[in-house]
Write a protein that binds this ligand. Structure first.
Ligand code: ADP
Ligand code: ZN
Length: 220
């Protein structure tokens, strides 16, 4: 099964992807995590994308597609994947469709999370992430704080804040989202695979709730 996660930064895509991955036993792949790891390890790719991530604009399609397709060709993803952060432009969505088509595969479900803009900024600023790359659990100082300040509940590693999780960079990330990524919601709607959810404090529905609803639906 091939699932993709859509939604602005801060909607909870990563949280939903992590729960679905665990429950459905399908690996989750985050394009942002791939880029951040490359930056941390100072690889060629890392050097190429570091400034882009710092600004909060999008990595060029050609490079992103090359990196993601190489990852999709790895054997652990042969039976399925949950893609978090890719595709993010119409060009990427079209390329993914033709890439999968060659293997008689297709995107089976596109999960779109929608959250009011003012909540997104607040969420991203309060987001803290486990520094252990095998864990990466996401916390929120207001909505889902860790039991001990600055420490991951699951593995005890220190929590860190992403460099781009600040108001200034977030404004660029939101611009990129509404201009480049939002249009692909209709792309997947047209293909009949779209599942949209409102995620908001106001209506009391969080990423964890969406994940439970989806698991029930998928398991029938
Ligand atoms: P978020 O959705 O919270 O903004 P991600 O971790 O998905 O964060 O992405 C972080 C950054 O990585 C983006 O701001 C962008 O620079 C880059 N990036 C990730 N995925 C893509 C993609 N599919 N196309 C272009 N750039 C990407
Ligand atoms: Zn952890």
């Amino acid at each position: 099964m091939i699932i993709i996660m859509l939604g602005a930064p801060g909607t909870g895509k990563g949280t939903v992807a992590a729960i679905l991955s665990k429950e459905l036993q399908i690996p989750a792949v985050s394009s942002g995590d791939i880029f951040r790891k490359a930056i941390q390890e100072k690889t060629e790719l890392g050097k190429e994308v570091a400034e882009i991530l710092e600004k909060g604009t999008l990595v060029p399609d050609e490079l992103t597609i090359k990196v993601i397709e190489a990852r999709l060709n790895e054997p652990d993803l042969a039976d399925g994947v949950i893609l978090d952060g890719f595709p993010r432009t119409i060009a990427q969505a079209e390329e993914l469709e033709s890439f999968l088509g060659k293997q008689q595969k297709q995107v089976n479900m596109a999960i779109n999370l929608e959250t009011p803009k003012e909540e997104l900024i607040e969420r991203v600023i309060n987001r803290r992430i486990c520094s252990n790359s095998d864990c990466k659990t996401v916390f929120n100082l207001k909505l889902a704080p860790p039991k001990i300040d600055g420490v991951c509940d699951k593995c005890g590693s220190p929590l860190i804040q992403r460099k781009d999780d600040n108001e200034e960079v977030m404004s660029n990330r939101l611009d990129a989202y509404f201009k480049e990524t939002a249009p692909i919601v209709d792309f997947y709607k047209d293909r009949g695979v779209l599942e949209s959810f409102e995620v908001s404090e106001k209506i009391g529905r969080m990423g964890t709730d969406v994940a439970s609803e989806l698991i029930e639906k998928i398991r029938g």
